[in-house]
Design a protein around this ligand. Structure first.
Ligand SMILES: Cc1ncc(COP(=O)(O)O)c(C=O)c1O
Length: 387
């Protein structure tokens, strides 16, 4: 298995599961209670879980597949991508500790850090989204316990030099937790680059169909893994067997969907970059994007989301443009099969320092439609805006 590519491994983990006549996919076992034949069996862990909170067949298969993708044996599932970020932070910090993260961190994570975590005595320092490793490490104090990395960051997609940051943090006994949702566990492998904890919102690419919420938390070091596992246990977190089954089904086709959506997103990004009605496109796979050199060095894929800054105009112009689109859904999230568009300027106001942009900031998520049709749709929306 070790020599196989992710694409093959994600399928082999289905076909190589079990022996005898069996379905390709594991059963969906809905259970709070699992029955035993004898009292002694109820205490025998080798016979599997005795209670549904520990997960049944589909959750176990998903944990194994995500762990394999992330290059470890330790993976936990959480009920959302947001809880996949909050759980390791809760597990690894204590009152008096400090967390460092980017000013462009995913908004609800910022809310968790400044509201829930702060009320429990753990404070956060935010660095500029395009800060160098030296600048990030200069924020460290003797209280710094953990650096939360989001690269590319939300909405403006700044890249961090993760291998260098992970090594610098480790040298100072600071843990690193990375939100790796953008790379879907495929295009970048945080644990192999020295990061301590890699999380994903499986809601996005793994699920791939905008029909469930789920998160994964993976770690290599047994002590870090244990701290996360006991926190999941103490908080009573579990995920439904149906959702796990759907995410597992999504994983089988993840590499082809991801690559195709990245190809289409790149075409759309190139087309948008050349238009006079667009001031800037944020997408690290685009040569010319400030994060491109790091992306080019470390990543094997480009994902499907773009930040698009209109050349002038206000919120009403942004809303008129979005409402003129016929193929893009007006909806939050990304990673699904369908293209989506949102107006994100209001989110920038939550940052310590909002970027100075030429016009409204839109986010486009490129789905599996024909990119030529999506470009034609964008073109007619620009024409409608000008009219
Ligand atoms: C970068 C990033 N991380 C985490 C999440 C949270 O995922 P979920 O919606 O499953 O809570 C999101 C959701 O948009 C996200 O964009």
């Amino acid at each position: 298995m070790d020599r196989l590519s992710d694409r093959t491994r994600l399928i082999a983990s289905a076909t190589r599961r079990g022996r005898g006549r069996r379905p390709v996919s594991p059963p969906i076992e809905r259970a709070s209670t699992l029955l035993s034949d004898q009292v002694a069996d109820m205490r025998d862990d080798s016979l599997g879980p005795v209670y549904g909170i520990d997960g049944t067949a589909s959750q176990a298969a998903l944990r194994e597949a995500v762990a394999d993708l992330e290059g470890t044996k330790h993976c936990w599932l959480t009920p959302s991508g947001l809880s996949a970020v909050t759980v390791p932070i809760l597990a690894l910090t204590r009152p008096g500790d400090e967390v460092i993260t980017t000013d462009a961190v995913y908004g609800p994570v910022r809310r968790f850090l400044t509201r829930h975590l702060a009320s429990r005595g753990v404070t956060t320092r935010f660095h500029a989204p395009d800060a160098s490793v030296e600048h990030i490490m200069a924020l460290r104090t003797e209280r710094t316990r953990l650096i939360l990395i989001e690269s590319p960051a939300s909405l403006t997609f700044e890249m961090t030099d993760v291998p260098t940051l992970a090594a610098a943090a480790r040298a100072q006994d600071v843990l690193t937790v990375m939100d790796n949702t953008w790379a879907a566990g495929l295009a970048f492998k945080p644990l192999a680059h020295g990061v301590d904890v890699s999380i994903q919102a499986l809601t996005k690419y793994a699920a791939g169909h905008s029909d469930l919420l789920l998160g994964s938390v993976c770690a290599s070091d047994p002590a870090v893994a244990k701290a996360i596992g006991t926190t999941v246990e103490d908080l009573g977190l579990c995920v439904s067997p149906d959702d796990a089954w759907l995410a597992l089904r999504g994983l089988r086709t993840l590499p082809v969907r991801y690559a195709e959506q990245a190809r289409s997103a790149f075409k759309v990004a190139e087309w948008l970059s050349a238009r006079p009605d667009v001031a800037r496109v944020f997408h690290p796979a685009l040569p010319g994007d400030p994060g491109h050199p790091i992306w080019f060095r470390d990543y094997t894929g480009g994902a499907s989301i773009l930040g698009v800054v209109l050349n002038g105009g206000d919120a009403r112009a942004a809303e008129a443009f979005l409402e003129a689109l016929t193929l893009f859904g007006l909806g939050y999230s990304w990673g699904g099969f369908e293209s989506l568009a949102t107006h994100e300027t209001p989110q920038l106001a939550f940052r310590n320092a909002a970027p100075n942009l030429e016009g409204p900031l839109l986010r486009l998520h490129i789905g599996l439609e024909d990119p030529a049709d999506l470009i034609a749709d964008l073109e007619q929306a620009f024409a409608a805006l000008r009219a």
